[in-house]
Design a protein around this ligand. Structure first.
Ligand code: GUN
Ligand code: ZN
Length: 455
């Protein structure tokens, strides 16, 4: 008896996909580019990729092919740090990080006891991700279990690969948002870990919000939880070294620690599946620790500019003598949009403030394979290669009249992609595929479809 499998499906057009880190190796060795390429998909996985003529010959029976002209087909984007619960307060006026948290973030997050509210935000959040070509995100929820369930439930409907978990926070925030006790909060986190980690494509992270909003006891228990499950692929996700005021506050709360990274380190939170958002103001000692422990850094440029945090230094993060895993992130609601492409444009400007550039190839590497490597998922996502999960985004090089006109003056793909990241046009994503299904089609009457309902 043969196992039944779904028929093969193809996606044809210009393809760009990364296979190594261009911050560490010569750029030309780090990607494949097919001007007329073909990706073959079966049962949610990529089975073949290459020049159309070669690949088609290997798959003579393949007839179901979506063909995209004037487009670029890439791996789906990876957002390494985003607060879905802050979607309702994106673009709130005024103030720097700590006051912004008090004024906007905490009151908004208090609403997620209400599961219906959480469901409604998760719904709009996923639509924003998918219409921006993002297929995997490392997501903050908030204190309440309802906020975690709502996120993962919606992710299951689209069959997206997401990382999330309960946010642990038991001091220095209003009672209405605070965990009742460190012990209980970590028990709830472990319960949610059992419920969601490895269920379909969902993955769990232990998430202390940041050092100032956890008691030493909560950090200790969070570290123990992380260490118990690290070999099962569970993550640790938090904020680090975002702004001067925050760093001073941490120093006053933890006077014995050598630096901010050391606070987390003392509690077993700095390890090989740890993801640290921001890292704008990092000492050489801390970079060394982040490298030695194989940690990942999520660069959040639009958020750092919006909150006036500090300026991320990618040259330090990717110092060839001690490089770190690095991805980009929107950090909504500190971030000002859900578009990873626009983050690349902002990252370029932040680098320029320090007299450096990041070219388009390195930028789109960060958006795809770099993010996947940061999240230890590069064996499954982040590039278009046989065996990977078929998470794919299709960018439209003619998404509006002006972009269409401008592209005639771009000499090659790299220049075209740089124009896209700099202009950040609306509706640049033409289609998004998740595990081989087209779950977003910009030009369809109803652009979004859950995996279960899609043909
Ligand atoms: N540090 C602690 N919490 C937050 C948050 O919600 N947003 C940002 N940007 N930084 C934080
Ligand atoms: Zn954040």
């Amino acid at each position: 008896m043969t196992l039944t499998t779904s028929p093969e499906k193809g996606i044809r057009g210009e393809i760009l996909t990364f296979k190594a880190d261009p911050f560490l190796l010569p750029c030309e060795e780090c990607y494949d580019h097919y001007t007329d390429g073909l990706v073959v998909i079966r049962d949610g996985l990529i089975t073949d990729v290459g020049e159309y003529a070669d690949v088609k010959e290997r798959h003579p029976g393949l007839n179901d092919i979506d063909t995209y002209t004037d487009s670029v087909i890439m791996a789906g984007f990876v957002d390494c740090h985003v607060h879905y619960v802050q979607s309702p307060m994106i673009g709130s006026y005024g103030d720097t990080l700590l006051d912004w948290l008090r004024q906007y973030a905490f009151p908004t997050e208090a609403r997620y006891r209400d599961k219906e509210f959480a469901d409604s935000v998760a719904r709009i959040f996923f639509r924003q991700l998918l219409m921006n070509g993002t297929t995997t995100a490392n997501v903050f929820s908030t204190t309440f279990q309802e906020s975690v369930d709502a996120l993962f439930e919606e992710s299951e409907r689209y069959n997206t690969r997401m990382i999330s978990g309960k946010v642990l926070q038991d001091r220095n925030l209003p009672d209405y948002l605070s965990d009742r006790s460190a012990g209980e909060s970590v028990e709830i986190s472990e319960h949610l870990l059992h419920k969601w980690h490895g269920r379909g494509r969902q993955l769990y992270a232990v998430i202390p919000r940041f050092a100032p909003t956890s008691t030493p006891e909560q950090l200790r228990l969070a570290g123990e939880l992380y260490q118990r499950y690290i070999d099962k692929g569970v993550y640790m996700h938090t904020h680090l070294d975002e702004s001067e005021d925050e760093i001073k506050w941490v120093a006053s709360l933890f006077p014995d620690a050598r630096n901010y990274t050391d606070v987390y380190s003392r509690y077993g939170l700095v390890d090989r599946r740890s993801v640290f958002a921001h890292c704008c103001i990092v000492s050489a000692d801390e970079w060394q620790t982040l490298h030695d422990r194989d940690c990942a850094v999520a660069h959040c440029p639009s958020s750092n500019l919006f909150l006036g945090d500090g300026e991320f230094r990618y040259r330090e993060a990717k110092d060839i003598t001690r490089p770190c895993r690095l991805g980009v992130a929107t950090d909504v609601g500190g971030g000002t949009n859900f578009s990873i492409i626009r983050q690349l444009g902002e990252a370029y400007k932040v680098a320029m403030l320090h007299g450096h550039t990041i070219d388009a190839m390195r930028s789109y590497y960060l958006a795809t394979l770099g993010g996947a490597q940061a999240l230890h998922l590069d064996d499954r996502i982040g590039s278009l290669r046989a065996g990977n999960e078929a998470d794919i985004t299709v960018l439209d090089l003619k998404c509006n009249e002006f972009v269409d006109w401008r592209m005639q003056y771009a000499r090659d793909l790299s220049e075209k992609l740089f124009v896209l990241q700099t202009l950040g046009p609306d509706r640049v994503v033409r289609a998004t595929y998740v595990a081989g299904r087209k779950i977003y089609d910009r030009d369809r009457e109803e652009p979004f479809s859950y995996a279960a309902t899609d043909k």
